[in-house]
Design a protein around this ligand. Structure first.
Ligand code: NDP
Length: 331
């Protein structure tokens, strides 16, 4: 079987040379383990941080070893009660064609309850849960709020904006990196307004889209987006600090937000979070978002790249904004 390994650590923007594809024997499942044939794997922005040799909330990838990350696949051999051959599972050993892991570390998923198995990496998976927890628990969204979401055409942002709409936001505004993505937000996902952050300063475009200010900011981007949001937030505004993708490839820290002191007078609440610490919300998330999915009230586009050998390129494309919705690799 084939797997993708970290060949070297990037400085600044990663390149194809930082990855290598290798042949390795299909693993033998041990007692209590299952062998999974991966069908889809996820590429995610947080993986950029794991390519650095830096202490973080999750250990770095090791040079010469396979990468890992979210995946869904079919159980092809089982030494575990309760997870039979033929079951579909989501787990954390992506970037390889087959994986052997403890049955306690997989989640059995229902292919019939999703438009595609890949939804368990996106709308019904980690990025959907991130949107749910970030908006409802971290930003404490309330009906009638005006909400601004950055990275809004991506996996997390597109779901966060739709949850805000479905939960009764007064107005939902999104930013994304092209005119086509901005159109998608309004025409397909029901955002009230959207802009291309490359057209003009975020501060100006946000002010024009939300003349009465915003109550909640769902931050996927950081930098000048966060600075603009702080400027537009109303009294007691709330911010979910979800990601700062504008900075992940920086070699020196960025300057913005320069206006953080404004958070004092406005009594803003800016709160970071890591979705992995909020798994207890999965049942509520599956019930509510799964319900909207069955009723056809929520949608999630995916950008699918074929072939394990193209996974590094899918990851690099994600950082460049080549995806609309969740970026996944079909093996
Ligand atoms: P996306 O599907 O949103 O893909 C990344 C997107 O980021 C690209 O499509 C691109 O879209 C945008 N982007 C890239 N560079 C920039 C830039 N300089 N400025 C603005 N936008 C940029 O990824 P996810 O939905 O998986 O993740 C979104 C964010 O959420 C990331 O910051 C990620 O790290 C974070 N995250 C945090 C989690 C947590 O637990 N806290 C869990 C999961 C994700 P465009 O064309 O619009 O530029």
């Amino acid at each position: 079987m084939r797997e993708i390994r970290l060949a070297s650590r990037p400085v600044g923007w990663p390149t194809a040379e930082n990855f290598e594809i290798a042949e390795t024997p299909v693993p033998e499942p041990g007692p209590g383990q299952v062998l999974i044939r991966n069908v889809f794997m996820s590429v995610d922005p947080y993986m950029r941080g794991r390519m650095n040799d830096a202490k973080s909330y999750i250990p770095p990838f090791r040079v010469g070893h396979p990468l890992d990350g979210g995946a869904v696949g079919e159980v092809v051999a089982s030494n575990a009660d309760g997870v039979p051959v033929g079951a579909f599972v989501s787990h954390n050993l992506g970037w390889r064609e087959f994986a052997a892991t403890d049955a306690t570390r997989v989640r059995v998923v229902d292919p019939a309850a999703a438009p595609s198995l890949s939804a368990y990496l996106g709308l019904l998976g980690m990025t959907g849960l991130t949107a749910y927890v970030g908006l409802l628990d971290i930003a404490q969204f309330r009906e009638g709020d005006t909400v601004f979401v950055s990275g809004a055409a991506g996996a997390v942002g597109s779901v966060a904006g739709q949850i805000a709409r479905l939960r009764g936001a007064k107005r939902v505004i999104g930013s994304a990196g092209s005119a086509e993505k901005a159109r998608h937000l309004v025409d397909d996902l029901g955002f009230d307004a959207a802009f291309n952050y490359k057209d003009a300063p975020v501060r100006e475009q946000l002010r024009a889209a939300a003349p009465d200010g915003i109550d909640v900011y769902f931050d996927n981007v950081g930098g000048d987006h966060l600075e603009a949001a702080i400027g537009s937030l109303n009294m007691f505004g709330r911010v979910a600090l979800c990601g700062a993708i504008a900075q992940y490839n920086d070699t020196t820290p960025g300057a913005a937000p320069r206006n953080l002191a404004a958070a004092i007078g406005k009594e803003l609440n800016l709160r970071g979070f890591i979705v992995g610490n909020h798994g207890h919300r999965t049942p509520d998330f599956v019930a509510e978002v799964g319900g909207w999915l069955r009723e056809g009230r929520i949608t999630a586009r995916e950008t699918i790249v074929d072939g394990l050998e193209n996974a590094p390129e899918a990851f690099l494309g994600l950082l460049r904004g080549e995806n609309t919705g969740k970026m996944v690799v079909r093996l």
